[in-house]
Design a protein around this ligand. Structure first.
Ligand code: ADP
Ligand code: TMP
Length: 239
């Protein structure tokens, strides 16, 4: 019998009979403003499970080590259980969101090179910013861990920028999480969906990610359906 071990803001984690394998259940909950804005969104769990599966399959096919094992059904997947590194690795190609507000800058400026930012994953503290030295000083990660994670983030950025462009979208920014397997290897974990990245339509600049929910711009389900369909088409995996 699977046992619920964690309920997060968007997913539940279940321990399976295999101590090294977790079942992830994608829920329909959407949150913003550090949990202050919360809603149930029709089919969001199903859509994110499908989108994340497509993205992880593509990354694995391109040599990225990940926790992903397989999609089980509409809302569930199996992953390798990791000891998570409690850091959020954010990469920004284009100025948007908190970066724009922090620097008083308009959204849309393309950076001369990707901007990499690190945050300590803590809802209580509101995910505070820290740099590599802070993460090492506080014992959250070693220099080798950080180098490995940033190297993987850069490869993911290159691969996904190409994939989303093929699908008619600009990969504006994204957040990744990493974990360690029992043998010490670092793998990409968590999910990759429009919940944790920004995607803009290449032609119209329309928002195609969770900003639609954060900023009340329209129907999130319809938006995520469009992202899924475009990805399926770009990958030649139309149903
Ligand atoms: P949050 O914890 O931020 O509310 P979620 O609702 O997405 O986020 O919950 C998923 C949780 O599972 C996250 O805390 C994430 O760090 C963790 N996680 C993701 N992948 C793995 C994994 N392979 N092994 C263990 N924990 C994981
Ligand atoms: P930000 O502009 O709000 O800092 O977000 C940058 C990117 O990181 C954006 O794609 C959303 C993602 N992100 C998360 O997935 N989780 C978070 O807790 C935060 C703050 C950002």
């Amino acid at each position: 019998m699977d046992k619920l071990i964690y309920t997060g803001k968007a997913k539940q984690m279940w321990q399976t009979a295999d101590p090294n394998v977790l079942k992830v259940v994608y829920t329909n909950q959407a949150t913003a403003l550090n949990g202050k804005k919360k809603d149930q969104i029709r089919e969001k769990g199903e859509l994110n499970n499908q989108i994340s599966t497509l993205v992880f399959d593509y990354l694995i096919a391109n040599g990225i080590p990940t926790h992903f094992i397989k999609k089980l059904n509409d809302t569930e997947e199996l992953v390798k259980k990791c000891q998570m590194i409690r850091l959020e690795f954010v990469t920004r190609n284009v100025c948007a969101g908190h970066f724009a507000s922090r620097f008083g800058m308009e959204e849309g400026r393309v950076f001369d090179q990707p901007v990499e930012e690190l945050f300590y994953k803590s809802d209580e503290l509101g995910d505070p910013f820290l740099n590599n030295s802070g993460a090492q000083g506080l014992g959250f990660a070693t220099a080798d861990d950080l180098q490995a994670c940033w190297h993987l983030s850069e490869r993911v950025n290159t691969l996904l920028t190409i994939l989303f462009r093929r699908a008619g979208m600009q990969l504006v920014d994204f957040k990744l999480e990493f974990g360690k397997l029992p043998d010490g290897h670092i793998v990409l974990a968590d999910e990759f969906s429009p919940d944790n990245c920004r995607l803009w339509d290449l032609k119209t600049r329309q928002h195609m990610d969770k900003d639609v929910f954060r900023r009340n711009l329209g129907d999130l389900t319809v938006t995520y359906e469009e992202v899924l369909h475009r990805l399926q088409k770009a990958l030649g995996k139309e149903n």
